[in-house]
Unconditional design. Structure first.
Ligand code: GDP
Length: 473
């Protein structure tokens, strides 16, 4: 690799190393100081890439207020399985594809844009589900501006509804409640509203602040009202971006296409992505060879909140990876290589786990940390409630335990996702993690602790919290 970068022969580099007393083979890793010595010996200039260098290249200067223009909101639909997320996304897309628009038929690229009757644009992420939302967030991409929480009127609030509420709250994203299946005879929207109260979601019809709209994904009833509610929420948020700058975006989906190579759907978050732009995205880099919008139409530019399929990557990035346009190909290569190395190192030292001990250690190092986030899963509602109540009593004004999510049932991959995104451990009371959750927790370094005595669980958390307290002194 080093020989490659210097455009020297491998044999020559190995020989030089041996002359310096290092008996190495060509695949061996050498330390940075040695590499520097060798590079100088070959008469090349050393450029060490560090976090700071990467930051320098990709950090975007704050935009001047005068350059900011309003941008469309980005919406994620969440809710319990079978409550109609997919149907609702389809209904909105089909009803709102402006007739006669070039391309017309929407492609599946992971996100789509619609225009309301009033002419406002909005972008829907077409990957419903909580896993997508949290995996994006855990990779540093906060793309969602508004969560539409779908609750079936004939079923009311269910475990994944609660989960969705907690995800949205943890991310600090405002919600709009879509009470779906209003066409069904058994529909009881009032029950949905009262159920939501128990989870501290007070909708407008209950004199709260969260907008609620009755809809039917099947008959199309209420869809316009839902879009209006989104427009209103977006206005409150005053979403803005600067279209006249190098683009920054987030990967919504990525795949290796047999014919076209790696393809990624990128949601532009700031600036304008243009054909020919050179970029880094996670551990990959590339040059925009071509772009297609959600209608399958080739476009040359994509501005803020526009989802585009990008061709011209050297590898397949991951959902949630952040894309930054840079000036030169050399910069792009350097940063991608550096990140790849960092990721390798991190995987190697999988000590970076989110354990309770580690949280304490981190908190001690970072005096601003005053919250101990945790997830609670229990076998029955009563235990879950008892644990949450006990948690709320721990801590004082400076340090407190924050239960991000509490639920009943086995620990799932979604729980692990949320835990990872918020760097929280999962406390299981008389429940186990299923196999996929265990694998995922191992991979992501999320700690799962099992208890069968509430006192032990509470005591461990209390100890961790008092660790934080003493760190403050
Ligand atoms: P998801 O799991 O949340 O994505 O739910 P789906 O969109 O797959 O919907 C689950 C089922 O509910 C499907 O059989 C839909 O046809 C049905 N469904 C969804 N929305 C409505 C609705 O507004 N009214 C009625 N009657 N059925 C609906």
């Amino acid at each position: 690799e080093l020989a490659n970068r210097m455009a020297e022969r491998v044999g020559a580099v190995v020989k030089a190393l041996m002359q310096n007393g290092m008996m190495v083979t060509q695949n061996q890793t050498i330390d940075a100081d040695t590499a520097e010595l060798i590079v100088e010996e070959f008469g090349h200039r050393v450029v060490r890439v560090s976090d700071a260098d990467v930051e320098d290249v990709i950090t975007q200067v704050e935009d001047d207020a005068k350059d900011l223009q309003s941008r469309p909101p980005v919406i994620t639909v969440m809710g319990h399985v079978d409550h109609g997320k997919t149907s609702l996304l389809d209904a909105i897309r089909n009803a709102k594809v402006v007739a006669g628009e070039a391309g017309g038929i929407t492609q599946h690229i992971g996100a789509y844009q619609v225009k309301t009757k009033g002419g406002q644009l909005m972008t829907f992420l077409d990957t419903p589900g909580h896993a997508a939302f949290t995996s994006m967030r855990s990779r540093g991409a906060q793309v969602t501006d508004i969560v539409v929480l779908v609750v079936a009127a004939d079923d009311a609030v269910m475990p994944q509804t609660v989960e969705a509420i907690n995800h949205a709250k943890a991310a600090g994203v405002p919600m709009i409640v879509a009470i779906n299946k209003i066409d069904k005879p058994a529909a009881n929207p009032t029950k949905v509203r009262t159920d939501l109260l128990q989870h501290e979601v007070v909708v407008e019809k209950m004199s709260g602040e969260v907008q609620d709209v009755e809809v039917s994904a099947v008959t199309g009833e209420g869809l316009d009202e839902l879009l209006e509610a989104i427009v209103l929420q977006a206005e409150i948020l005053e979403l803005k971006a600067n279209p006249d700058r190098a683009a920054q975006g987030a990967v919504i989906e990525a795949k290796l296409d047999v014919g076209r190579g790696p393809v990624a759907t990128v949601l532009v978050q700031n600036g304008t992505l243009k054909q020919g732009d050179i970029f880094v995205v996670g551990e990959q880099w590339g040059k925009v060879r071509a772009m297609e919008n959600d209608k399958g139409v080739r476009i040359k530019e994509a501005g803020p909140s526009v989802p585009v399929e990008v061709l011209g990557l050297n590898g397949t990035p991951e959902a949630g990876d952040v894309l930054n346009v840079v000036e030169t190909e050399a910069q792009a290569r350097e940063i991608a290589a550096y990140r790849e190395q960092l990721a390798k190192d991190k995987r190697a030292a999988l000590g970076a786990a989110t354990t309770l001990e580690q949280l304490m250690a981190n908190a001690k190092a970072d005096a601003s940390v005053t919250e101990l986030p945790i997830l609670v899963k229990a076998d029955v509602q009563g235990s879950a409630e008892a644990i949450v109540q006990a948690m709320e009593k721990i801590g004082n004004d400076e340090v407190r335990v924050r239960v991000l999510h509490s639920g009943v049932g086995a620990i799932t991959e979604t729980d692990v996702g949320l835990a990872e995104a918020s760097r929280a451990p999962i406390m299981g009371f008389n429940v186990r993690a299923n196999a996929s959750a265990r694998n995922s927790a191992n991979q992501k370094g999320v700690e799962i602790r099992y208890y069968s005595i509430i006192y032990d669980l509470v005591d461990d958390v209390r100890k961790a919290a008092s660790g934080l307290l003493s760190a403050e002194i």
